[in-house]
Design a protein around this ligand. Structure first.
Ligand code: BG6
Length: 505
């Protein structure tokens, strides 16, 4: 593998959670595999005052917590780490940063190739990008400059548009990398490969053969220690606008003209542009929001959302959202895309279910129960990554009885395949200047445009928030979405709690 150009990665928000939990472990793994540039440094930036040595110690602890590299070498990696404390809201302080970068580049004997990773609170993105540019740190005369912007990218259509406008004043679109870690997941990328490498899927991948599509991303954890952030975000902003929208785009897109980043981004954008925008009076019919309430899971008392730290006692923020979406184009006209995500659900699972239309006429004996378990392709994003095809088979013996069976591929069966974490893949792509798995400005704005009427409708004081007991599959109202008898959400584990204890808050 050709290693990326010599460069420096500058992480804003270096003392934060994302740096400790995701970025440093990903960089360490890349280092272990010799994927990092030969001349490379990481410069942590934040307000807290640390020396290089303090920062290294902190990151060593973080690595031990996250990936326990006790028996593996770590000193070589730690020596790549440096630190500078600046007040990111103070434009003058960026001169210190520039000077530090000049010294580090000289030590490495590399051009001024820099990636600025904004892992800081989104409120600071405008100030950081502007101050970098004022110091000439977006100028590419003496080396390329790239900037990675973490989610959430805006909080509605207007703010996302403004953020794009602001960033474009200082950085070109080619320099901007809007990160969505779901696109870094192997199994998400594999959706495109599955569709466009195997000749047998594409002819049936349309409204003639597919009845409906279901996309689920649930978690069994609650909001943990992120109540303050989450209460201002909710599931729609936290999961739907980015992760679920991208999954949907990969399932629904047309074949791109090539594997080129722009060709792929063009097709992603078209999907978002074809999403049917709900009218104000349709939101209640097509979108359900829920919030988990106190309950007992496996005998253990679990806190309700409103009792979580940092959450308002009268919060209407959704911890669950289900949407029945439509993509109004030739391929998908009339096919519902059922999307749901939630916290404190029975299990952590992300999957896409393609429900093919049933056989047009039944010669052999089946019933609704069997029908509902066959003609399905399940793309398991996580955990137990793989592909599962559920179909009907003859029960051995006399007659023609039918039973559902599975054809199941697990990534874990691939010999010696190393599945990099999403952040490893995405960081490496940015180091190589490849933005295929990052979001383009127009696509981000198009997703917000789709969500705008929902956000608007939810501001109405009469808009409903359904309660669901922590540990259950969400509000019952979400089951009323389905068009036909017997259609229900797939419940991907056995411990479905179906006790009918639903309520409206
Ligand atoms: C993040 C959200 O983007 O994705 C979190 O902010 C969520 O709330 C997380 O828990 C889920 O990611 P993953 O990779 O664990 O499915």
């Amino acid at each position: 593998m050709v290693r990326p150009d010599g460069q420096i990665l500058i992480i804003f928000g270096a003392s934060g959670d994302l740096t400790r939990r995701k970025l440093i472990p990903a960089l360490y793994n890349l280092w272990l595999k010799n994927f990092l540039p030969i001349q490379f440094s990481i410069l942590g930036v934040s307000r807290t005052s640390f020396s290089d040595e303090d920062f290294r110690k902190q990151m060593q602890v973080a690595l031990q917590d996250e990936i326990k590299p006790a028996l593996k070498p770590i000193e070589g990696f730690l020596s790549l780490l440096h630190y500078i404390s600046i007040n990111t809201e103070e434009p003058e302080d960026y001169f210190k940063l520039k000077e530090r970068l000049r010294v580090l580049s000289n030590e490495l004997s590399v051009s001024d190739n820099y990636i600025f990773y904004l892992a800081s609170p989104p409120l600071l993105y405008p100030a950081i990008s502007e101050s970098l540019s004022r110091q000439g740190l977006s100028d590419e005369t003496s080396g390329w400059k790239r900037i990675i912007v973490e989610k959430p990218f805006g909080y509605d259509y207007k703010s996302a548009q403004n953020l794009n406008l602001h960033l474009h004043r200082f950085f070109s679109e080619e320099q901007l990398f809007r990160i969505d870690h779901y696109l870094g997941k192997e199994t998400v990328q594999n959706i495109m490969v599955t569709r466009f490498v195997n000749g047998f899927y594409e002819p049936v991948w349309n409204r003639n053969f597919i009845e409906r599509v279901e996309i689920t991303a649930t978690e069994n954890i609650g909001v943990e220690n992120r109540g303050g952030y989450y209460d201002t975000a909710g599931a729609l902003r936290d999961m739907v606008q980015n992760h679920l929208m991208h999954l949907l785009s990969y399932v629904a897109m047309e074949p791109p003209a090539s594997a080129d980043q722009n060709a792929i981004h063009n097709e992603v954008l078209k999907v978002f542009q074809c999403l049917r925008i709900f009218g104000a009076d349709e939101v209640e019919k097509f979108v359900i929001r829920g919030q988990y309430t106190e309950s007992k899971i496996a005998g253990k008392q679990v806190t309700g959302y409103r009792q979580e730290r940092g959450v308002s006692e009268s919060s209407k923020t959704e911890t669950y959202v289900a949407i029945k979406a439509f993509i109004d184009n030739w391929r998908w006209a009339g096919v519902p895309f059922y999307i749901r995500t939630g916290k404190r659900m029975p299990t952590r699972v992300t999957e896409v279910v393609i429900y093919f239309r049933p056989a047009p006429y039944h010669i052999f004996c089946t019933n609704h129960e069997i029908e509902n378990q066959i003609n399905q392709l399940i793309i398991r994003i996580q955990p137990d990554e793989g592909l599962l095809l559920k179909f009907g088979m003859k029960v051995p013996g006399s007659g023609f009885m039918v039973q559902p069976v599975n054809m199941d591929f697990h990534y874990s069966n691939l010999d010696g395949a190393y599945i990099p974490s999403a952040y490893e893949r995405l960081l490496l792509d940015c180091m190589n200047g490849d933005s295929t798995l990052y979001s383009r400005a127009d696509a981000v704005e198009a997703t917000w445009r789709f969500l705008e009427p929902i956000q608007y409708a939810w501001k109405h004081p009469d808009s409903k928030v359904y309660g669901y007991l922590a540990g259950t599959w969400g509000p019952e109202a979400a089951n009323l979405f389905f068009d036909k008898r017997g259609q229900i959400w797939r419940y991907p584990c056995k411990n479905l709690t179906n006790d009918g204890e639903y309520c409206e808050l």
